[in-house]
Design a binder for this molecule. Structure first.
Ligand code: GLN
Length: 517
């Protein structure tokens, strides 16, 4: 395989070639490291590139040559969102307060990657503590969108999504508290899955809002997401919310979905509240086309109303800050990372205040203040208590909908990628990016996002999202793979072939910056 082929192949193709001995993990890993060296100076998807990737790859090659049994993705490189603890790489959560902090342990998902012999390439950029929709709140500077370098790659996991869509990594891990896997996937033409709450361990994922956080895959195909989910998922005794279920093979589900006829008789609920007002014309247009394709393939479309979804953002922005303000209290200048001594010294509180003042960015501070207020004795019932009630109503909307349909569908994000600076000073506009993704987090249900084509008005990727009942992640892989197969045959190949960053594109965006000379 040429270097171009190595970096543009899906993980499942790479895995097959590796298994057949047609290519080595060292070759695959080197090709990705070269790509990172060539483009990441500008793109800034990575905060840290592993110095040990080639060594890990060489060990996989050696063991494979020695006849060792290998898991399906052994030898395939993977990028890791920098919210996940890695014992051999700094783990900053995109914050100055954790600059240079190297945890003493691996997150369970990272440990599982290593046990399955995937090759960690490095840590990817994110909005500070995963708060944001654009990566503009990273303390280390934003990541650029590979489709248009003047635009945001989504957030908070913009680094993981950009790395995958710019061919720097075939696979990445993200975390999704309100959409941080699915929204970046939507605006970069990638696939992203938020598993059922409790389906993937949160141990070693630096907590944002513990009742909402889930770790999941960001990839270039539904099958790749399923393969990665098979590696990271399953019970973890270190996470008290981890489900003890025996999960089916998600890769088998994705393969079954790609077969003809997989959508026959599937009842798809189109959420009335999530496809009209506030959604860009091109997003609505592509969404209508995707629905028509599914219907032609035998799916039964039903309009479904979820009346309380309109309050999801309001409830989320009370529950998330409340939980975040408590989770972030541990960054106190004593236990982790940064310590700033106030001029002339002071009490321990003065040191904490100086450290948190210097080490935390504006969005994080905003949410800590909001959360502390919402939890304060006088306001707890009015704010946090009410938000929890709304959360229950949203869960009931899902239950009512799933009594009628197998999966729910909506666009994954209301618009295509917006320009840097466009929403940074307007928190409410920024929060609206997650209008379609937040309900799934509030209810704990799984959601998968995949590309549904380019918006005609700006030529940028749009994403579609399916949601299923709790524990029915396999159903999402089946339905997602089915739609992906229909769409790719209508486009004549994967959406990323149309990206200006595709290694074989005539004008590689990185050297012919849009709007440049
Ligand atoms: N954009 C949302 C927020 O800012 C989602 C964050 C996330 O999923 N981590 O909270």
């Amino acid at each position: 395989m040429s270097a171009h082929e190595l970096i543009s192949a899906t993980a499942s193709v790479l895995a097959d070639r590796l298994a057949r001995g047609e290519v080595s993990s060292v070759e695959v890993t080197q090709a990705h490291l070269d790509r990172i060296a060539a483009v990441d100076g500008e793109l800034h998807a990575f905060l840290h590139v592993s110095a040990e990737a080639l060594e890990a790859a060489a060990a996989v090659d050696r063991d494979r040559a020695g006849g060792a049994a290998m898991s399906p993705l052994a030898g395939v490189p993977v990028a890791i969102k920098d919210i996940l603890c890695t014992y051999d790489m700094p783990s900053t959560a995109g914050s100055r307060i954790l600059e240079g902090w190297v945890p003493p342990y691996d997150a369970t998902v990272v440990k599982r990657l290593r046990e399955a012999r995937l090759v960690p390439l490095g840590k990817t950029n994110l909005d500070e503590f995963a708060m944001g929709s654009s990566t503009e709140f990273s303390a280390y500077g934003p990541t650029l969108n590979p489709w248009d370098l003047e635009r945001i790659p989504g957030g908070s996991g913009g680094g993981s999504a950009a790395a995958v869509s710019a061919f720097e990594a075939p696979l990445a891990l993200g975390s999704d508290t309100g959409g941080s896997i699915r929204q970046p996937a939507a605006v970069t033409g990638s696939v992203g899955m938020k598993p059922t709450y409790g389906g993937v361990s949160r141990y070693g994922a630096i907590a944002l809002a513990s009742s909402l956080d889930q770790v999941g895959p960001v990839t270039r195909s539904v099958l790749d997401a399923a393969l990665l989910h098979d590696v990271i998922g399953g019970h973890d005794p270190h996470d008290s919310t981890s489900l003890t279920d025996a999960w089916p093979s998600f890769a088998d589900a994705a393969r079954a979905g790609a077969r003809e006829g997989a959508l026959k008789g599937v009842k798809v609920g189109v959420i009335k509240q999530l496809s009209g007002e506030g959604f860009q014309a091109g997003v609505r247009g592509r969404f209508a086309e995707a629905l028509a394709l599914m219907e032609a393939a035998g799916a039964e479309l039903v309009e479904v109303s979820a009346p309380h979804f309109e309050y999801a953002i309001d409830a989320y922005y009370l529950i998330l800050p409340a939980e975040a303000s408590s989770n972030l209290a541990k960054f106190d200048s004593v236990r982790f990372g940064l310590r700033v001594n106030p001029p002339g010294g002071g009490t321990v509180e003065d040191v904490m205040a100086a450290t948190r003042g210097a080490g935390l960015g504006p969005e994080v501070k905003r949410r800590i203040i909001l959360g502390t207020y919402a939890l304060s004795a006088g306001y707890y019932d009015a704010y946090y208590g009410s938000a929890q009630k709304v959360r229950t109503l949203i869960q009931r909307d899902f239950a009512d909908a799933f009594a009628e349909v197998d999966v729910l569908v909506s666009p994954a994000a209301p618009t295509t990628a917006f320009k840097f600076g466009e929403k940074i000073d307007d928190p409410l506009a920024m929060y609206l990016n997650d209008v379609a993704t937040i309900p799934a987090n509030l209810a704990g249900v799984p959601g998968i996002g995949l590309p549904m084509g380019l918006a005609p008005e700006d030529g940028l990727p749009t994403g579609i999202q399916f949601m299923a009942p709790v524990r029915e992640d396999a159903r999402l892989y089946r339905v997602g793979a089915a739609l992906e197969a229909l769409l790719e045959s209508s486009w004549g190949g994967p959406i990323l072939r149309q990206s200006p960053m595709h290694p074989e594109a005539e004008s590689n965006a990185i050297s012919t910056k849009k709007g440049g000379d």
